[in-house]
Design a protein around this ligand. Structure first.
Ligand code: ZN
Length: 343
């Protein structure tokens, strides 16, 4: 099987943020033709077997002192940035002549993959752009939005994100606001995925209590192996399993390593230890990939998206078997999206 690439559907990347930050026009053309540096572009996705994934829209925090927690962007700023990043993805689709498609249901993802196109799902990481009356949610859903993380690792009108701390439990304070709980209900009614990565533990349990959808952490790891506030406790993993949810393995070395260090000098074995623990906690249907490409320092043995086959190879060498590897690499995400979007 190793002569053909195992398809990977990935739960989280930040390439839109990288393109947003470029000052030269034509970023979408450069994404399609291939970029210098970074982790993700179309040629390298093809080389690595990445057939699709969730493309995050993230509004950067206004500048703050190094010892301060991230500051919160205003709603005006967040809306302007969010619309611009959504338009970058729409422009990539338009310029790609069918090579990348923004997918709004699983049938569209499967069709894109079957035809060799990249299947992109529009995701928001931190809902600062969404107003209290959900007008923006209406427009963004029409533009293709199918997944929302109500908070990033900072507070907003919907709740308190989990601050980056190591070592720290994810239980860092109050969770969702009343408006945040209403956002969860709105997402349920619209069959928009609610992403629990970046939520603190209180917010996690509040979503679990309100939401009728599977519980999903698109890019998080195992707290018992790396005591980051961003990682999931055994109780949280048990709840995700019970709710037929999913966790995407985050490649960020700061959430993989026992010592929490952000260094590319990190072995694939460290990722396999998290996968073993996730499989143990969640079962074979609950484990997937959530790379954080273009958003984090990732292990050097992967390097960028073209290095995904090295992780696939490590799973095979670890005796996962081809069927399980294919589930972790792509099929579990498609099953989860089906259960979430069209239950
Ligand atoms: Zn993130």
């Amino acid at each position: 099987m190793t002569d053909s690439l195992v398809p990977v559907f990935d739960g989280h990347n930040d390439v839109l943020l990288r393109l947003f930050r470029e000052t030269e026009p034509g970023a979408e053309q450069r994404f399609l033709a291939g970029l210098e540096g970074g982790h993700l572009d179309l040629p390298r996705m093809r080389a690595g077997g990445m057939v699709g994934g969730l493309f995050a829209i993230f509004v950067p925090s206004p500048p703050s002192a190094p010892d301060e927690q991230p500051r919160v962007p205003s709603q005006e700023e967040a809306q302007a940035t969010t619309l611009k990043m959504a338009s970058i993805l729409l422009r990539i689709e338009r310029a790609s002549a069918g090579k990348l498609r923004i997918c709004r249901d699983v049938a569209a993802i499967r069709a894109a993959v079957a035809e060799g196109a990249v299947a992109a799902v529009m995701h928001i990481e931190g809902a600062e752009a969404i107003d209290p009356e959900f007008h923006m949610l209406e427009v963004l859903q029409a533009a293709g939005l199918r997944s929302i993380g109500p908070v990033w690792s900072r507070p907003n009108i919907f709740g308190h994100g989990v601050p980056f701390k190591f070592p720290s439990p994810p239980d860092t304070g109050p969770g969702l606001t009343d408006l945040g709980k209403e956002l969860v209900r709105q997402c349920n009614a619209r069959r928009i995925l609610i992403d629990l990565s970046h939520m603190n533990e209180q917010g996690f349990w509040e979503v679990a209590a309100i939401s009728d959808a599977p519980l999903v952490a698109s890019h998080s790891n195992v707290h018992a192996l790396s005591e980051s506030s961003r990682n999931l406790t055994a109780r949280q993993l048990a709840a995700i399993r019970e709710r037929r949810g999913l966790v995407g393995l985050n490649f960020a070395t700061g959430f993989l390593r026992h010592d929490g260090k952000m260094t590319a000098d990190t072995e694939l074995e460290c990722m396999i230890r998290h996968l073993d623990a996730l499989l143990e906690a969640l079962g074979e249907d609950g484990v997937a990939i959530g790379s954080d490409f273009d958003g984090a320092t990732i292990p050097q043995p992967i390097g960028d998206v073209a290095g995904l086959p090295n992780l696939v190879q490590a799973m095979l060498e670890h005796q996962y078997g081809e069927a399980l590897v294919r589930k972790i690499a792509a099929e579990n995400w498609l099953g989860l999206l089906e259960r979430t979007w069209a239950p």
